[in-house]
Design a protein around this ligand. Sequence first.
Ligand code: FAD
Ligand code: THG
Length: 817
Amino acid sequence: MGSPRVVIIGAGIVGTNLADELTARGWNRVTVLDQGPLPLTGGSSSHAPGLVFQTNASKTMTTFASYTVEKFVTLDVDGAWCFNQVGGLEVATTEERLAELHRRHGFATAWGVAARVIDPQECAKLHPLLDPRRILGGLHVETDGLAKASRVVVALARRAQSRGAEFRGSTRVVGIEHSGGKVTGVATTAGTVPADIVVSCGGFWGPELGALVGMDVPLLPLAHQYVKTHEIPELAGRNTEASEAGFPILRHQDQDLYFREHVDRLGIGSYAHRPMPVDLRELPGGEITSETMPSMLEFTDEDFAPAWEQSKLLLPCLETATIESGFNGIFSFTPDGAPLIGESPDVAGFWIAEAVWVTHSAGVARAVAQLLVDGRSEVPLNGCDVHRFEDVQLDPDYVSETSQQNFVEVYDILHPLQPRQSPRDLRVSPFHARQKELGAVFLEAGGWERPHWFESNADLVAELPAEWRPPQRDPWSAMFHSPIAAAEAWRTRTAVALYDMTPLKRLEVTGPGAVALMERLTTGKMDKSVGSVTYTLMLDGAGGVRSDITVARLSPDTFQIGVNGNLDVDYVRRQADDSVVVRDITGGTCCIGVWGPRARDLVSALSRDDFSNDGFKYFRCKQVRIAGAPVTAMRLSYVGELGWELYTTADHGLRLWDALWAEGRRHGVIAAGRAAFNSLRMEKGYRSWGTDMTTEHNPYEAGVGFAVRAQKEGYIGHEALAGISDETVERRLVCLTVDDGRSVVMGSEPVFINGEPAGYVTSAAFGHTVGAPIAYAWLPASATVGTGVEIAYFDRRVAATVVAEPLVDPEMTKIRS
Ligand code: FAD
Ligand code: THG
């Protein structure tokens, strides 16, 4: 049997890259269909100016971009370039932006892209059209440049065709055929094309194509303005028709603008205008020809006027220039700016790869090809997986509002904790009203309102013992933070605190096949006594960490699983057969973490059940009553203190909270938020999946090898772990503390050893118990305890040291007593 029959919908930059990547892997039964003519289909790629700036806050996105560069530089069409590596220059006209460029320099370094922050004179030397007096500096990336998308598609289509792929233009897909929950083919205006796998690379048409199988594709088509000037005297004679450009591509984020050369003209792109959402139903229908470009709408000059004025200020040569042409070009935006990759939950074999820039196109295509051919992408996709969204985030109004917001903020300086302003209050726990009364400062995640600290605890800051008083923070790390977190951490470690754990996703897995399913999916022993709780890992086929979860056996056939997000829900559902029912019970239930040395006193006072150390052991669960409410209590603690997670149905939640609060006054109870929580979990050495570890890492590298049961076989990923141990790994997630005891970093900074980039920070926080900032970082295994490193924070270097972990309660005396 040959390779599966694959139909790719869309011959834009993503679809052609995918055809290339699949055929490169020996899959030769690939058909690419497009409604438009070939090679210029009228989609976004047909007219993309193709600026490729690799630097991105996301490691995955940067890796996608770097691969795009690496691949495109090797391509040509009859000798004509596909990638012109002119370099990339981002300039700052404000102090804030200059600082941001230093931060972006950090991202580039952390993710392996060479970059430099340079002064105005050097900027002007690289790009002589710049007025150096208007700028404060720039970020220069030598390997950035221009991708000629309209030529790349030709080069790649030829290559894919030479390996057996077939391209058909002017063939519109009108239906997806499936039977028994599996894709069987694609219905087109020119008949049916049979298929085992269909990948929709339909760009901003994605939602229409997804609808053919009932799949939500949360992207919004938005128009964005691009103009070309008439001839610029300063450019005359500099470039040839063939080279097109010689100066670096230029970004002026303070004014939402970017620039490139077109031989002797300048091209200007603007995000400075109002968001212009496009209703797909209003695009002109009928046959698409090379003259009708459905992705190009008429230029609206009034929207461009302010951008033109700003362009003249940055590039004085434009004072005397005029605009030759412009258009409002359509492409996709998503609620978080990242692409959409994944398989339909209902129709197996129907995949999407959409909302992808030219910049990331080759990287995304390689990832999808690896998913299809190998079952796994080498680059972690958790930030790009279409199943990352919660149900409420798939609502078209949500997608529209947040994607427009993303357009507006595309070049803004965004703090990692910066919450969206709207929509808010989409999901609240039963304790929300009480939390508001306590002055909770909420940040949003997955639609949930989560308290980060409580203003009602402000008075405690003055009571803090000297060794608990947090140092003053720099303005950036002080944003969306409060010293109240120190007081909340202090009271958690010394008295007791209530944490709202409701947003932590939980599944009920039930049925005669439940044990077998959990045995197959995890590294731990699942067939344990009812009442057991197990911390365990789900791995992918290559031994990468898919998730770390807690599994509570509630009855012989029922487990409650604490997971890390919607990706886990999607995965466990896909893996389950008819003998198991997987239910997401998050919304109908709630959870309070009651943690601290007084937790037992507090909970026992409200219950007839046995909460003694013998009667309720660490990592056990029981059905109990607390203040009359039926509660599933689990003795574990992500903050590393004595205590329980108390689960009940939503109706009982408020009473449970009120009872704990009222009784808690005698035990010094407080409500505590995520800021303290995150610091406490790092002190205890607990990883946060998605930030500290992903599928890219094996358990031993990530420091969770203890959760792999040595005797166990037959689970997904087991074979891949053969020969791997704590001793063999070449890199490790390690704990650092900052030497000066005060410089807090934020995460995603590069780490230097002997002056050379050696790794990057994952999570970071001030460790209130240990009185020093903590950072987890990926470093070579040679960086053992005691190794001195430097973390680059903006334009500073912060000295830090690899330390033994956990920093708090390594003997487990607090948590087990
Ligand atoms: P497309 O190129 O749109 O391809 C999708 C294809 O699917 C189309 O050819 C379409 O005809 C086909 N299709 C849709 N529905 C059907 C159907 N039912 N049946 C058959 N075929 C169908 N990105 C950068 O990285 N750098 C830039 O500088 C840059 N500048 C931009 C400037 C402008 C003005 C615009 C509009 C976009 C810009 N982008 C840039 C974004 C970039 O152009 C797009 O993200 C990218 O081209 C999308 O590629 P794609 O293959 O997903 O989509
Ligand atoms: N609570 C519950 N489920 C969860 C989390 C949680 N699932 C997702 C995520 N958080 C998982 N992360 C952790 C990390 C560490 C621990 C629990 C959940 C933990 N670890 C013990 C340790 O390392 O010492 C395990 C000890 C053991 O294996 O016996 O407690 O917060 N419900």
